[in-house]
Design a protein around this ligand. Structure first.
Ligand SMILES: *[C@@H]1O[C@H](CO)[C@@H](O)[C@H](O)[C@H]1NC(C)=O
Ligand SMILES: *[C@@H]1O[C@H](CO)[C@@H](O)[C@H](O)[C@H]1NC(C)=O
Ligand SMILES: *[C@@H]1O[C@H](CO)[C@@H](O)[C@H](O)[C@H]1NC(C)=O
Ligand SMILES: *[C@@H]1O[C@H](CO)[C@@H](O)[C@H](O)[C@H]1NC(C)=O
Length: 245
């Protein structure tokens, strides 16, 4: 009897673990997303996180000096506004349980064509345009020394000179990781809304490769916008509730 209940316990544990989202297979990633306590940054993902809380320590300062082996300040400290976008991207890559939906088929530590919102990229560009960088592609353009640390090969120039606009920046800075979405709704903003819209966003990425008709995609678009309105109403109601307390 004891044997049986131990077996049952493990069976239940195994089933609940397999329901947890898988993570990318990068050097800092867990195999599956689990809750974390005491995250200092990336708290958006604390309920279901692919990174360990201690990873966020290096990000929990301003200016950020380096993350793992990569120095962020090779062209001087980033401005706070630019840095906040870089952090969102770093948190998404390292910690988000959603990221593995867009794992690169050939390189499971990498991302391929994450549908990012145009608005997000434009905001990012606006935030960074007066900051300096020496690399066009942050994944491939550094000179890496024997310690694995990054150095500039080229001179530091303003982001506004390195990239022509938000789309160019998003689709170049991390290689093929990000792809600006044609939809204004079925795309990621790297905030709380993403998880609620995932259903519509993932549907879009998978149906774009098959021969889906544009009418089904416009009905998905409508469903997504409806969901956004619902979320906004919910948020308003919650805020009103809080005010009454
Ligand atoms: C960058 O920030 C650090 C820490 O605040 C500061 O010590 C350093 O002087 C700054 N560097 C520049 C070039 O402003
Ligand atoms: C994966 O690599 C193969 C062979 O190099 C290539 O043909 C294919 O396009 C790659 N797939 C992706 C998704 O990059
Ligand atoms: C952004 O820059 C790219 C590359 O230079 C260019 O092809 C594209 O037309 C620009 N988009 C906008 C909206 O200006
Ligand atoms: C997420 O970002 C989008 C675009 O910036 C914004 O419209 C939306 O309100 C944000 N959601 C939350 C919950 O902050």
């Amino acid at each position: 009897m004891l044997k049986f209940s131990v077996f049952l316990l493990f069976a239940i544990l195994a089933v609940s673990a397999s329901k947890r989202p898988r993570c990318l297979k990068g050097p800092t990633h867990k195999s599956r997303a689990t809750p974390e306590t005491d995250m200092l940054e990336c708290t958006l993902y604390e309920k279901s996180s692919c990174c360990h809380a201690h990873f966020t320590k290096e990000l929990a300062q301003s200016p950020v000096i380096k993350v793992q082996n990569t120095y962020w300040n090779r062209c001087g400290n980033l401005s706070e506004s630019c840095e906040s976008y870089m952090k969102k991207m770093e948190c998404f890559y390292r910690c988000s349980p959603l990221a593995a939906h867009w794992a690169d088929d050939n390189y499971s530590a990498g991302l391929d064509s994450v549908p990012i919102c145009q608005k997000f990229c434009d905001g990012w560009y606006e935030a960074c345009k007066n900051d300096f960088t020496c690399v066009n592609n942050w994944l491939t353009d550094w000179e890496i020394d024997e310690k694995g640390e990054n150095h500039c090969k080229n001179e530091c120039i303003p982001y506004s000179q390195m990239y022509s606009n938000g789309t160019d920046m998003c689709e170049t800075m991390w290689g093929k990781s990000l792809k600006v979405s044609k939809s204004t709704c079925r795309c990621l903003n790297l905030n709380e809304t993403d998880a609620s819209l995932l259903k519509y966003i993932v549907q879009d990425s998978s149906s774009s490769s098959s021969s889906s008709s544009s009418s089904s995609s416009s009905s998905e678009e409508r469903a997504c916008h409806k969901k956004v309105i619902k979320l906004e109403q919910l948020k308003e109601a919650e805020e009103e509730g809080l005010e009454k307390e």
